[in-house]
Write a protein that binds this ligand. Sequence first.
Ligand SMILES: NC(=O)c1ccc[n+]([C@@H]2O[C@H](COP(=O)([O-])OP(=O)(O)OC[C@H]3O[C@@H](n4cnc5c(N)ncnc54)[C@H](OP(=O)(O)O)[C@@H]3O)[C@@H](O)[C@H]2O)c1
Length: 109
Amino acid sequence: MPYSLMDRRIESDIIPYARRNGMAVIAYYPLGHGKLITRFPRDALEIITRNHGPKTVAQIVLNWIVSKHEHVFPIPRASNPDHVRENLGVAGWRLTEEEIRYLEGIRFV
Ligand SMILES: NC(=O)c1ccc[n+]([C@@H]2O[C@H](COP(=O)([O-])OP(=O)(O)OC[C@H]3O[C@@H](n4cnc5c(N)ncnc54)[C@H](OP(=O)(O)O)[C@@H]3O)[C@@H](O)[C@H]2O)c1
């Protein structure tokens, strides 16, 4: 299902339904077709980097998904091998609840 900070339509029904029934959800377009990268505010990047050490925007927006839900798995498209390696940096750390709420307050559209 399409799911990202820019498209949260499945949060009210499919994601809780899947959790209740022991199902995983695959998150398509988790980078908003790349728009989340270009529209991400510099302030937010600085705040997350200050708290967690160097992170890229792609790592942050993918981490937003895996920090919120243990049963939702983003599958970003990346044709650039550097992007593939960078996106692996989503693993091994978690945004805090406060950071998650902060990111959800940003208007990306
Ligand atoms: N069965 C399936 O597997 C299936 C079915 C339907 C839809 N899908 C979904 O189809 C989507 C196709 O991709 P999309 O372009 O529409 O959406 P997307 O995955 O949200 O965004 C992909 C774009 O982000 C760029 N990107 C990736 N990693 C990046 C990074 N670390 N830094 C900067 N830019 C980065 C890519 O550039 P580069 O290419 O230059 O790396 C590409 O332009 C996939 O997300 C997949 O989830 C999959």
